[in-house]
Design a protein around this ligand. Structure first.
Ligand code: ATP
Length: 235
């Protein structure tokens, strides 16, 4: 069972390169497992980035578990894990062990403690033999698993997942999902794979920077599918 995390956005405005992404977005959620659906460019990634504190709103406030993630970076990095669609965006070091020990060391663990933690984390994910692997030698699916391990090694309260399973084969997806189910963190998942969101307790349909529908997965995904079936292509 996922833990719960309070997320509050109030009157959030965000403009990127003259494009208004959010124009007064309000959200008040107790997140356990939340799904985000919406068309390309609707604002799902930018919403996740605001919640992670990776993007700062031009106006309005964002609070995650009571703190401002863009200002309190220490709280944000220890309590929020971000799993990028492209794992290369999160992987910075040559070796798997360096990737996994960086976070714990930044939080004050000694090199030895961080290494022990990293090895235990690798074992938890069933890949203890990876400790001396070079990151560039991993397949894309294996890099996704490493990205999930990097995001979760500090036991964050919430995991933000931006199309984290895009492009992965079915066995890899199922294996990652099994691992994910064992983590206690609350999570928000943006995905175009609508079937993968049926296990969420709540789904938001984001449309042009606003919440178009908010409710049970069956209701929201059904309405979204119906609406999309009648749409044309690129906007
Ligand atoms: N770095 C950027 N600079 C300028 N505009 C941006 C930038 N990133 C996103 N945008 C704009 O912000 C809006 C929301 O984009 P966002 O990436 O959040 O959409 P999304 O719902 O995640 O889409 P997708 O399903 O394609 O991933 C879009 O209009 C996009 O063009």
């Amino acid at each position: 069972m996922n833990g719960s995390m309070r997320i509050e956005l109030s009157k959030v405005r965000l403009t990127l390169e003259d494009r208004t992404v959010f124009d007064g977005l309000d959200l008040s959620l107790d997140v356990r497992r939340l799904g985000l659906v919406g068309r390309n460019g609707a604002g799902k990634s930018q919403l996740l980035r605001l919640i992670a504190g990776l993007t700062r709103p031009d106006d309005g406030t964002v609070r995650v578990g009571g703190f401002d993630p863009a200002k309190d970076r220490k709280a944000a990095t220890s309590r929020i894990g971000f799993v990028f669609q492209n794992p290369d965006h999160a992987l910075l070091f040559p070796t798997v062990l360096e990737e996994l020990t960086f976070g714990p060391k930044a939080k004050g663990a000694t090199a030895r403690e961080a290494e022990q933690l990293a090895k235990a984390h690798l074992a938890r994910f069933g890949v203890a033999h990876w400790h001396d692997r070079l990151v560039h030698s991993l397949s894309q699916g294996q890099k996704h698993l490493l990205g999930l391990m990097v995001a979760s090694i500090g036991d964050p309260d919430i995991l933000l997942m931006d199309e984290a399973f895009a492009g992965l084969d079915l066995p890899t997806t199922l294996a990652l999902r099994r691992v994910l189910e064992e983590l206690p963190a609350a999570r928000i998942e943006a995905s175009h794979d609508l079937d993968s969101l049926t296990g969420c307790d709540r789904v938001l349909w984001i449309d042009a920077g606003a919440v178009r529908l908010d409710g049970e997965p069956g209701e929201v995904i059904g309405a979204y599918r119906d609406a999309m079936a009648g749409q044309g292509g690129f906007e």
